[in-house]
Design a protein around this ligand. Sequence first.
Ligand code: PDD
Length: 282
Amino acid sequence: MTTVYLNGQYLPAEHAQISVMDRGFLFGDGVYEVIPVFGGRCFRLDEHLDRLDYSLRETAIAQPLTRAQWLEIFEHLIAAYGGGDQAIYIQITRGIAATREFKFPEQTVPTVFAMSRVLAPAPEEAPAPIAVITVDDIRWQRCDIKSTSLLAGVLMTQQALHAGAREAILLRDGVVLEGASSNVFAVTDGVLYTAAKDHRILAGITRDLIVELVQQKGLEFREQALPTAQLSSASEVWISSSTREMVAVTQLDGKAVGSGEIGPVYRQVWQWYREYRKSFSR
Ligand code: PDD
């Protein structure tokens, strides 16, 4: 039986109910976080909670809980799902209003929801590479907010799956931004690129960790979006996210990326990432 947290209570998922007047349901008026748990502990917790604060601030939804209260919920869920490696999902909506109107309701209490799911154990070897397609980014202009209004991401992901790929890489303004639910790294002429953080991408926590690691180790790196025209000649491409961690891309729009095999830069950075993650969960 799956345990979830809803507005102060722990209960089986099938008994957790929200009102049809909840603005999260009617407008997608809410924000969320996905926090990985490795070895029974939240990974990069402060960074995830800082980003949650940012999303809440930018949408003018009050932070309903203190960090200590969040931690208590996370610990409860981690235990309920048996420790180990998990992905905690939290969602906060603006709450319930009496009528469906676009304007903010005058007085409303945010709806707070959290659940977890068990992740497959971390691979000892680099995970299997994937195929991706490129698509025009059809999302809005505030992709820096981790909003639950995810219809564009859902459609672009489905388009990728339909084409036999595992992720859609999003292009806008003549540059490569990120994936439908991941950040994107590319290597060209021996230099690693990932888009700089602005309103067009989600500031991925995994992305930031990778940037930290490559800067520490002195890899040649530019925090700059790769021009679309250079993507097809990149020698390596990979995606990152809290749940997928780092996955190499060996096929792009049906053509091989570089040699068509997992590349050396990915392998090196994956090793650094794995060492960091191992030292954390030890
Ligand atoms: N998505 N960009 C987008 C649009 C995302 O949705 C995500 C993550 C990322 C990677 O961010 P992070 O490294 O913090 O997970 C980038 C999560 C996993 C999701 O929606 O399920």
